[in-house]
Design a protein around this ligand. Structure first.
Ligand SMILES: Cc1cc2nc3c(=O)[nH]c(=O)nc-3n(C[C@H](O)[C@H](O)[C@H](O)COP(=O)(O)O)c2cc1C
Length: 367
């Protein structure tokens, strides 16, 4: 603000002195006074009541949540920096999930949650409860009443990802502690059918006192300020956080996120092997060749069945599968599935998570 005041008075001073230099009188100056250039009004970021509630509910410093991807190391870094970390336990064995929760509990103040994508059986859920997981989040469906009872009896909290008034109402019947509102901007699999500008007001209309966080296309503190101004309690970030140093995707994928902008992402069902659901990815050679052939359905896709690489534990990755170029994966990384949200245009570096969080907060405050 100060700088702007200075520069505007400097502008006025220069204007006046050049007129004075032309020998014009003060009276003439005021009669000829030009309209002042429009001052830019800088909007300062402030937390709303819902954000404050969210922070106190989880003893967080910032209303910034990691989305499902990124891995345990990133989750710890985010939690230690005052945000909310996430470990995706849907694909973990019960034994692994148990160990992950123990490590997360040891290394953090409990400001993390376990993500379960309910298209798949939540096989490790009971073990996560047993290990003392403090928070859960469910997407692509609703947790059973039995799961909710287990969460509540363990003194844990839970969240459901929603995307419309209708599914928010259903989710709210389970009395969740907070909601994620996903928009079509999101990277990864997208249960949403609307962009956030349409989905958020609908969800807020029915959420009452339950904090609602936006998810999809958020990469900067400026985005977060707008969301909070519009009633969100905070923001969930997938693509932005996986492009941080501690995340478990490959350097190749991180650089692709840095290089891309929104027009390089596409909402599609191209990478349908293993799970045929809509998703947003970077347009890569697999996508472009498939699109060139007219987007044929499974059975007629070009290069279908071809092995394009291997995971770090030696599993084959087939073209069109949802496996992306994670750390240690080998093969034709470019042709693998790379999930990314529409906010990639604002991802311009690969910072440490703690630096990123500090920057997001500064941008949010916009002081
Ligand atoms: C690489 C990647 C993997 C994802 N995996 C999951 C997942 O396992 N479970 C889930 O609920 N959502 C998953 N998502 C979706 C995110 O939870 C979230 O909706 C999305 O990242 C938000 O959009 P943004 O990437 O633009 O921030 C994934 C997203 C990305 C980018």
């Amino acid at each position: 603000m100060k700088n702007q005041d200075n520069s505007s008075s400097r502008r006025n001073f220069l204007k006046k002195s050049s007129l004075a230099g032309l020998g014009l009188t003060t009276a003439l100056m005021s009669s000829c006074e030009q309209p002042k250039p429009q001052e830019e009004i800088r909007e300062i970021g402030e937390l709303n009541e819902s954000s404050k509630k969210l922070l106190s509910l989880f003893k967080l410093k910032y209303p910034f949540f990691q989305a499902a991807p990124g891995g345990e190391r990133l989750a710890m870094a985010i939690a230690k920096a005052g945000g909310m970390g996430c470990v995706s336990l849907g694909g973990a064995s019960p034994e692994d999930a148990y160990e992950i929760v123990l490590r997360m509990n040891k290394e953090t103040n409990g400001n993390y949650y376990a993500n379960y994508l309910l298209h798949f059986e939540p096989n490790s859920f009971d073990k996560a409860i047993e290990a003392g997981c403090p928070n859960f989040q469910f997407s692509w469906g609703l947790p059973s009443k039995e799961m909710v009872t287990k969460i509540k009896s363990a003194g844990a909290k839970f969240c459901v990802q929603v995307s419309s008034k209708q599914n928010a109402e259903k989710a709210l019947e389970l009395l969740p502690d907070f909601l994620f509102c996903q928009g079509l901007e999101a990277g990864g699999h997208i249960q949403a059918t609307k962009y956030l500008k349409d989905a958020l007001p609908q969800v807020l209309e029915v959420a009452g006192e339950v904090p609602v966080l936006v998810s999809g296309g958020i990469s900067t503190g400026h985005d977060i300020r707008k969301a909070i101004k519009n009633g969100a309690a905070g923001a969930v970030m997938g693509s932005r956080f996986i492009a941080a140093k501690e995340s478990d995707i490959s350097d190749f994928y991180k650089q692709k996120l840095v290089d891309a902008d929104a027009s390089n992402t596409v909402y599609t069902n191209c990478f349908s092997l293993g799970w045929n659901a809509m998703h947003r990815v970077l347009r890569n050679s697999t996508f472009l060749n498939w699109e060139a052939e007219g987007c044929p359905l499974e059975g007629n896709k070009p290069g279908e069945g071809e092995v394009i690489g291997k995971t770090s534990w030696g599993m084959d990755i087939e073209r069109y599968s949802g496996w992306g170029p994670w750390e240690g994966y080998t093969g034709d990384l470019e042709s693998m599935c790379m999930y990314a949200g529409e906010g990639v245009g604002e991802i311009k570096d690969i910072p440490a998570a703690s630096d990123l969080i500090e920057r997001l907060w500064k941008e949010f405050e916009n002081k």
